[in-house]
Ligand binder design. Structure first.
Ligand SMILES: [Zn+2]
Length: 208
């Protein structure tokens, strides 16, 4: 018999999901089938290890999701802009989470430089984080691992800055603390999430 491929396993996994989770919580999924009303917009990395539903123990319907290499919020990116617009204007999402993660290939490429054209152009958007980290790493004599971790955290903070600078978000923040913006770091070594920027604390201190 032919050995099962990864794709076969995915389809098998779906059969199992329908038979167990979907049927067990049929009422939940029937409501969800009519409309989605996620409370959170997740902006994360495309890395296969950072599965937002799994690492936060969430069911389908919880998060509106955008993922790209190194969880970047670019000014000229119609893709992320339309997701944010649909999220905050139509879905009335009140919390946006930007989540970076340790051992991120995108972050390592920012640190080491990269020759592929599109990836290099894309990662340029995060180059401000590298400048900050280069300075701190020289002052504190950080090793490579410490430097990459700091770069991951600084990149999350920089992307939050980009997010807050988008006219759409700026206009909303002029009138209200919503959407609250959170910065997280997911540790692939332990499975734990660390809060870098706690949007929960800042209902009124939103213009940081
Ligand atoms: Zn990554």
């Amino acid at each position: 018999m032919k050995e099962k491929s990864t794709v076969d396993h995915l389809l098998g996994g779906n059969d199992q999901f329908v038979a167990e989770e979907f049927h067990r919580h049929a009422a939940y999924y029937q409501v969800l089938a009519k409309r989605q009303s996620p409370k959170v917009l997740w902006i994360g990395c495309s890395d296969s290890r950072v599965s937002e539903d799994v690492i936060t123990g969430s069911r389908p319907g919880t998060m509106f999701v955008h993922r790209n290499v190194a969880n970047i919020v670019a000014f000229n990116d119609v893709n992320v802009a339309s997701i944010i617009e649909y999220g905050v204007v139509h879905l009335k999402i009140e919390d946006i989470i930007v989540c970076g993660h340790t051992r991120c290939g995108g972050i390592a490429a920012i640190e080491d430089g990269v020759h592929e054209n599109y990836i290099a152009d894309w990662l340029c958007i995060a180059s401000g984080a590298k400048e900050t980290v280069d300075r701190i790493a020289a002052e504190r004599n950080l090793n490579r691992e410490q430097k990459l971790e700091l770069l991951t955290a600084e990149n999350v903070k920089l992307q939050i800055k980009h997010l807050r600078s988008l006219a759409m978000i700026k206009n909303m923040h002029d009138k209200s603390p919503l959407p609250r913006i959170h910065g997280w770091l997911y540790r692939v070594e332990t499975g734990k999430i660390e809060v870098l920027v706690d949007g929960r604390e800042s209902d009124l201190g939103y213009r940081r």
